[in-house]
Design a protein around this ligand. Sequence first.
Ligand code: NAD
Length: 497
Amino acid sequence: MMPTLTPRLQRFLDRNSHSMIIDGDSIAVSSDQTIAVVNPATEEVIAHVGLASAGDVDRAVSSARLAFDNGPWRTMAPMDRERILLRFADLVEEQADSLAQLITLENGKLVGQARSSDAIGASKTLRYYAGWATKIEGSTLDLSLKQKPGKQNFAFIRREPVGVVAAIVPWNFPVSIAAWKIAPALAAGCTVVLKPSEETPLSALMLGELALEAGMPAGVLNVLTGDGATTGAALVAHPGIDKVTFTGSTATGKQIGKSAMDHLTGISLELGGKSPVVVFDDADFEEAAKGIAAGIFRNQGQVCVAGSRVYIQKKHFDRVLQDVCDLGKKMRISHGFDPDADLGPLVSSQHLERVKSYIGKGVEEGAVLESGGKQVARTGYFLEPTVFSSEDNQKVIIQEEIFGPVLVGVPFDDIEDALQKANDTPFGLSSSVWTQNINTAHQMIDGLKAGWVFVNAPGRSDPNLPLGGYKQSGIGRELGRQGLYQFTTTKSVNIVY
Ligand code: NAD
């Protein structure tokens, strides 16, 4: 079952300890507390990392602060920053197999998806933002302020890097989401302390090593290992942080937002979702069913933009939902290195139990279990693709984020009914609409309260396409120009001469 690992990954895993990266060096945590990293397909411990204490956090933030205030990064010619980021992108691409295998070992996802979404995805994001390093602009303005006789003025806005950034990321796309934060922050001239999830710290360490190999100066990108309660909380509360960029659950995002306000630290929050998919009577049903299945079952449903509620116009409800169930039943469930696998394990036993408890709740509250629903009887945290149906939009499994391969189908009457139901949750991250009618598509685009609307496709990220949430799905936008400018601040200047 174990594949042949790349020599680089083998050497990485053979190390006795996996230290943090601070100030360009491998640094062990100061306490003897460790976190076990478990392979979710085998339930075996593959490594231990240290749990960074508040003191370790302070050391990492001080290193990033020094590199920002005194180091060469911010003052470097933008083209030189670009060159290092491009080298970083190249190395991530060259080491895509090592990164992908490591992600599969610690996260469970299919190695092909780890390669394309995480490793290659991260290299694309790095390359995209490398190009932005040379394109950051301010502007000049005309003011109406009266000048003394013989005097004139020249007013302009400078755009500057925001400073030291704390980047806290989840486990579902550990390397690509890290790149969504570190690439724009570094392109803008900021320095970064990255805190990966306790489930997937190893791939973040490998990413940090590649940054150093690319020529990133010491202290510009630091990587801490640790949990949320100790390490993450100390990082957010640290007065030396200028900006917190967080991706994770809505509950954690709220805590982080409150803590950041103690020092009025800037925040951007990319949080949970419960994204609707709306299928109209005129849709291409075959394509829609494939899109719905891909949208909820890819990465075992552990995708923030997963389409986890599907609203199908009444006349074709049974047919479309049946097609999705059939696609789910055909999926081959196996470990992430199996080339025939369509679905791997969930990330951890705790997460599996959480998703199973939602399936139990769905049955208890009277939703109809149309297919799947069971844990697979084998070692590892494997769960069948699961489809429910319900007429009642208020069910817990329709209102709360499950973050697993669990879909709920709900029938609707017309556009008004579809919009009312689709918007009726606290979340607003993504949405998909399936229709051949351009009028219907535009009415839905206009009415949906979501940061993303995809028409005739499941949601997919691109470095140039901003992502972020309405309502409790977050604050701010990641990726694209907006994703870069969240790591900048402006200074308004007026010169009288
Ligand atoms: P999580 O909120 O449990 O943890 C995310 C990160 O926050 C981890 O690194 C964790 O250690 C850290 N953390 C936890 N408590 C903290 C605290 N008090 N202070 C500081 N840091 C803390 O989320 P998760 O289970 O790792 O990820 C799944 C969630 O992420 C889902 O809700 C999913 O929708 C969301 N997500 C959102 C997006 C997006 O772009 N909007 C993308 C991916 C995942």
